[in-house]
Design a protein around this ligand. Structure first.
Ligand code: NOJ
Length: 734
């Protein structure tokens, strides 16, 4: 590959010289990003053929486009790059970008599941592996990490995020960026550039409906939604993607205050800003541009460098410049940023970068990568209930029943490069554990959404009757979450609830374990109340079947902790742990019977809170203590607690520290995660955790947007989740 790279590079000019030599058309072409089929439809004589003719631009422009989306495969990218360089007058290499969100061929658990591991090192490693597999397959940039804070499980894209907490999301954002990029993109072609998305606040879509309006105050934006994007940029993330939504009334893709003032000026971001798919043209549907010309004008003014998948720039930028409405200097800035990224990636010297069919065969989906995916999958599953039925014993006769018993649909909606054929099915993995594999019977019972057919039910009933324990493999099809995968009813589909009911009626008292494969927190009524144990497996990736079997049999001990609350029912949504108290909180000493902030029909609390998860070990918390009852800016406090594993197996506990500002200048959340520590404890072992808590951690955005702390009363809280905490009052003295 080195030879191929050397033979093809033409020798790099200083970047500004490219700008001087480029025609306006060549510059504008750099700002266009199209998906692979467009390239394939561009012929040598400059025509665009086939369905892509609707684009309204000529084939030369397409052939000279600065970047391509969704191209993968070493040989294919080499071919496309070779063709591109043959067409490009100045020999400017093509940039390849793709959504490598949680793995390339080795698929890791979905990001929401990775979040539940609370393990930043494993998250970083997953991104590093994804980067390597993508890089040898010819990809230069990944459209990841997605760091949108999420509170509404109706929104299908919650599975792409690490959850509802700004602090944790920021830590994961950094870990993913480090994993994807490493610290030397040019020097290490096995990494790819990261593109943090979707800027900004895409996760706050009203009513959990994708692409819907976002309208949050600037304080909310800064306090909850922005920290993870900022953290990614502080870690050196090379690119940013605009979101589809409005931010304070202006679609992000044409939003000058957001993009020019905040992102570029305040945060100093000088990397490439790309629109999301079609988002420039969507300025028309949003109602802020009359036509494609105005959409191009607004996006360019906002500083969007690359237009993804529409042709407003290609068709209108030169006219806008001729009319004096767009300064050519803006185009030059955008082109320069794109050339700088190509340069950082070393593409001028090595246009094929790490693309290498031989290495691709060697490293992609190799054993070491699969082992890492297995480890993370084990760490991502969350045990939600266990009435003593788990772990299973090898001698037990098991019936694995449900539409996920032998399904390969464990990869999640963002795994277009992964293969379901390579996924070990849950039933196979369970069979491999059983002392007598033929004592494991398997039946679908019903479809994901299709009610039990007669024969299906008969097989499921027979399996259930002959087993000691029933494992129900249930969940959502991967299309039921992800982009445009929103649901208003977040229970399992009726067909599966019906299956659970029938099984329980058929063999009352027989132990039932439910394993859930899904992309969002669900309303678990009809499952958690029926089953004796529930394991939330999310979409656990290539090795998910094996990981779940390991956990069910106690060959691994569940240690995942929820990073997004599971609502009691959809009527509570959005429900999240870091909410405000209101003036009439439930349970206050002087609360009235009726006139408090509550529902008449359901509790206020979520069914399962942020931070929650069970283990086969038993962790006992000693008395938590503060080193002093006052803190000053120069004298931090230490919060200590001793945790003992009183169980009979080793396990991992995630000790969590929360804080409440009791009397803020503006209202403050009832709890905010400030730190956590993971302890691996052998049976009988105990360890003391000491968290330092300082004044900087108590700062927040005030009404004038200053980021400061308030002197006065606070409460520190320590515990195993956001609900079961011990309060420790203290004061900040300034
Ligand atoms: C649209 C999605 O919103 C975004 O996340 C993705 O990166 C782009 N499509 C490109 O596939």
């Amino acid at each position: 590959m080195t030879q191929l790279n050397t033979a093809s590079a033409r020798g790099k000019l200083p970047l500004r010289e490219y700008l001087e030599r480029m025609t306006l058309e060549e510059k504008i072409a750099q700002l266009i990003q199209l998906a692979v089929p467009f390239f394939e439809g561009a012929s040598d004589d400059g025509q665009i053929t086939g369905p892509m003719a609707s684009l309204g631009i000529d084939g030369h422009t397409v052939r000279n486009a600065g970047s391509v989306l969704g191209l993968a495969g070493a040989q294919e990218t080499i071919n496309v790059q070779r063709m591109h360089l043959a067409h490009n007058r100045l020999g400017i290499p093509l940039l390849t970008m793709a959504d490598i969100v949680h793995g390339f061929k080795t698929i890791f658990p979905v990001p929401l599941a990775i979040g539940c591991s609370w393990d930043l090192a494993l998250a970083e490693r997953s991104a590093e592996i994804a980067a390597l597999e993508a890089a040898v397959s010819g990809i230069h940039v990944t459209f990841a990490p997605m760091v949108d804070l999420v509170r509404d499980p109706r929104w299908g894209r919650v599975m792409e995020s690490t959850g509802e907490d700004p602090y944790l999301n920021a830590l994961f954002a950094r870990a993913f960026v480090r994993g994807f990029q490493g610290d030397d993109l040019a020097g290490n072609p096995d990494r790819v550039a990261a593109c943090v998305k979707h800027f900004a606040a895409y996760g706050a879509a009203e009513a959990g409906r994708d692409y819907n309006t976002v309208d949050v105050s600037e304080r909310q934006l800064r306090e909850f939604y922005l920290p993870a994007y900022k953290a990614a940029l502080d870690e050196g993330c090379e690119m940013v993607m605009t979101s589809f939504n409005t931010v304070d009334g202006i679609p992000a893709t044409g939003n000058v205050p957001l993009m020019r003032r905040l992102l570029r000026e305040e945060w100093g971001f000088d990397g490439v800003l790309i629109s999301d798919w079609g988002a420039v043209k969507e300025l028309i549907a949003h109602g802020v541009a009359a036509d494609e010309r105005e959409a191009a004008l607004k996006a360019m003014k906002a500083g969007v460098d690359i237009e993804m998948m529409t042709s407003c720039y290609a068709k209108h930028l030169s006219g806008l410049i001729a009319a004096g409405e767009v300064d050519e200097a803006l185009i030059d800035e955008a082109v320069l940023r794109i050339l700088e990224l190509k340069d950082k990636l070393g593409l001028f010297e090595k246009p094929y970068r790490a693309a290498d069919p031989e290495r691709e065969r060697e490293v992609v989906f190799c054993d070491a990568h699969r082992a890492a995916a297995l480890e993370l999958a084990r760490r991502s599953c969350v045990l939600l209930k266990n009435d003593g039925v788990l772990p299973l014993a090898a001698a037990q006769r098991i019936a694995v029943i449900g539409p996920f018993a032998r399904s390969g649909d464990l990869l999640g909606p963002w795994s277009w490069t992964g293969s379901q054929d390579a996924v070990v099915r849950l039933s196979e993995a369970i069979r491999a554990k059983a002392a007598a594999p033929d004592a494991v019977t398997v039946a679908d019972g019903c479809g994901i959404e299709a009610a039990p057919a007669e024969a299906q039910w008969a097989a499921a009933a027979a399996a259930a009757q002959s087993a000691d324990v029933i494992v129900l493999a249930l969940g959502e099809h991967s299309d039921m979450s992800g982009e445009a995968g929103c649901r208003s009813d977040i229970r399992l589909p009726q067909a599966q609830l019906e299956l659970v009911r029938r099984i329980k009626a058929l063999v009352p008292g027989k132990p039932v374990v439910a394993v859930l494969f899904n992309g969002r927190p669900l309303d678990l009524h009809g499952v958690i109340d029926e089953a004796d144990a529930v394991l939330e497996a999310w979409f656990p990736g290539s090795e998910g079947g094996v990981a779940v079997a390991d956990l069910l049999y106690g060959d691994a001990n569940p240690s995942g902790r929820l990073t997004m609350s599971f609502p009691y029912s959809v009527g509570q949504v959005p429900v999240y742990y870091n909410a405000f108290n209101t003036g009439r909180p439930q349970g206050a000493p002087d609360a009235q019977v009726r006139y408090v902030s509550q529902y008449l029909d359901i509790p206020n609390e979520p069914l399962l809170p942020f931070g929650f998860g069970l283990s086969y070990a038993a962790f006992e918390y000693g008395e938590a203590a503060l080193s002093a009852d006052t803190m000053t800016p120069d004298a931090p406090l230490t919060v200590t607690v001793r945790v003992t594993n009183t169980g009979s197996v080793a396990g991992i506990e995630t000790v969590q520290l929360y804080v409440r500002d009791v009397s803020g200048e503006v209202v403050r959340p009832v709890k905010e995660l400030k730190a956590f520590r993971q302890l691996e404890l052998q049976p009988g072992e105990s360890a003391e955790v000491a968290f330092e808590l300082n004044e900087r951690q108590l700062r927040y955005y005030h009404s004038d947007l200053s980021h400061t702390s308030d002197a006065g009363a606070f409460v520190a809280m320590v515990g195993p989740n956001s609900r079961d905490v011990t309060p420790l009052p203290f004061a900040l003295v300034k």
